[in-house]
Ligand binder design. Structure first.
Ligand SMILES: Cc1ncc(COP(=O)(O)O)c(C=O)c1O
Length: 497
């Protein structure tokens, strides 16, 4: 499929078709899917593929050209501008994160060199994975189930695993039954199948501001109109949420009530109840992404929305990537009755079923209770890192006027510089000192820079944390000094004679 065949334009969308097309092509360029000097499809061809008038494409190309993303060569066609970096902020004195880095981050990835300390990755390091346990379990499954372990699995998921998950969910005070559980190949697929099942182009989806990059990408790919609502340290502003609900009648509200990614904030119990009341009052579907409530170190209010969801408004997504192993590609949904069929159809259309072998091994892992030992191990490891990180931030970073609301658990720390500062630029300075963090822009809808950034403790060892924070503090100092010196420098004009 050619990249432009993925573009979905909707007349229901409040934006003009040509603006939607402009945005789509601009994103392809910024994400590096079309590169410098690559030819864009001819106007008539693109109009035909997208089912729009030639004039729509002409206007979109005009806008792209005006903003410098593309250029025309008479008689040859339209091409991507070679100087894309300047489009990402021509007034910036320092270069922005390398295009590839930013583009990779927008797709949820990051390139790490061996000598770097990465506070960017939120993926646990492989030395933490319970490899030996899984080796034994896989052998046991192969002896027990033979070829059956490699057949197609039921799309809803291996029934015994769904039974084990029902028991596992009791610790979260979620009472459910195997029929309500849908096995998924990771939480990302969960978001994707929910979006496929419920969101059509132009539909409104509410998300937190900032939010998880993978969710933005998924909802965008469905042509959703994403409305983001600022998150504070105890959750979204409820009044604002209600106003947006009344005005836009969203299809879904996507949220992470515990240890939100990227801020690490958790909703107060009061706000959790209030959001459920709103969902009931306006008959809305909430998507609760619980990728991390297990790592609660100090939070006493870490109940899940699903555990207090009396009217079945919440689709609950559970990922095992942070607490077990991301490569399992395993997670599950707890579904409201009314959503079963749509979700099942979307999952089937996505990948038919999640690996039967992995489901069987994970089922044994739960049934034998081995997971409890591993969760305690992970809690211990992450809590130690969390405490060292919190102290190091206070000691080395906060003196530079950085603001920070300490989270009560999880893996993410969200830090903000003064409002007019750029963490894209800070990223470059820090990377030169071999420190990686994630500039905040990737967590916002349609934003190219931000004064905030995310640090994560998932992939750093305790002894790297303080030296890493010292180096980061030097990067912040350097950035602030450069900015100050630019502000103070005055230009001198002299006659050109
Ligand atoms: C909030 C959130 N949801 C979902 C995912 C994706 O998880 P999975 O690996 O289970 O697909 C991530 C991964 O980082 C995440 O941070």
């Amino acid at each position: 499929m050619k990249y432009y065949e993925q573009i979905q334009l909707s007349k229901q969308n409040e934006q003009h078709l040509y603006v939607q097309l402009f945005e789509a092509i601009k994103n392809f360029i910024l994400e590096g899917l079309i590169v410098a000097d690559e030819k864009l499809p001819p106007i008539r061809q693109l109009a035909e593929v997208l089912g729009v008038n030639n004039a729509t494409v002409v206007k979109a190309y005009e806008l792209l050209e005006k903003e410098g993303y593309i250029y025309k060569r008479i008689g040859s066609g339209t091409f991507v501008s070679p100087d894309i970096r300047s489009k990402m902020g021509s007034t910036a004195p320092d270069k922005f994160p390398l295009d590839e880095d930013l583009s990779l981050m927008n797709r949820g990835q990051i390139q790490i060199q061996e000598h770097m300390i990465s506070f960017a990755s939120a993926t646990p390091t492989p030395d933490l994975f319970p490899v030996d346990d899984f080796q034994d379990l896989l052998n046991e499954i192969l002896n027990r189930d033979k070829g059956n372990a490699f057949g197609y699995q039921e799309s809803q998921g291996y029934y015994p695993l769904r039974e084990s998950l029902v028991a596992y969910m009791k610790q979260y005070e979620i009472n459910t039954k195997p029929e309500n559980i849908q096995i998924i190949s990771g939480a990302q697929q969960g978001i994707d199948v929910i979006a496929k099942a419920f969101v059509n182009p132009g539909d409104v989806v509410i998300v937190e501001k900032p939010t998880y990059t993978g969710a933005i990408a998924t909802f965008k790919s469905r042509g959703a109109k994403i409305i983001d609502i600022e998150i504070y340290k105890d959750g979204m502003d409820i009044e604002k949420l209600e106003t947006v609900i009344q005005k836009h009648k969203p299809k879904l509200i996507y949220m992470m009530p515990n240890f939100q990614n990227p801020t690490g904030y958790s909703y107060s119990d009061g706000k959790k109840h209030k959001i459920l009341e709103l969902a009931y009052q306006y008959d809305l579907q909430i998507v609760e992404d619980d990728y991390l409530s297990d790592l609660s170190f100090y939070n006493t209010e870490n109940i899940t929305l699903k555990s207090i969801d009396q009217h079945d408004q919440v689709i609950y997504i559970k990922s095992f990537s942070k607490i077990f192993m991301p490569g399992l590609r395993l997670g599950f949904l707890v579904l409201p009755e009314k959503t079963y069929h749509r979700i099942l159809a979307a999952k089937h259309a996505s990948d038919i079923s999640t690996s039967g072998l992995i489901q069987r091994a994970f089922d044994l892992y739960l049934r034998k209770g081995i997971w409890k030992r591993h969760i305690h191990f992970m809690e211990h490891i992450y809590k130690e890192r969390f405490e060292i990180m919190d102290l190091a931030i206070r000691k080395h970073i906060l003196p530079y006027g950085v603001t920070y609301n300490p989270p009560l658990g999880g893996l993410s720390f969200w830090l903000c510089l003064n409002e007019n500062f750029s963490t894209n630029q800070l990223y470059n300075i820090a990377a030169k000192k071999n420190i990686l963090m994630v500039p905040g822009a990737v967590f916002f809808v349609g934003q190219k820079d931000s004064n905030c950034f995310r640090l994560s403790t998932a992939a750093v060892y305790p002894e790297q944390i303080e030296p890493g924070m010292i180096a980061l503090s030097e990067a912040i100092r350097e950035y602030i000094e450069k900015k100050e010196s630019r502000k103070n420098s005055t230009s001198v004009y002299t006659p050109l004679l």
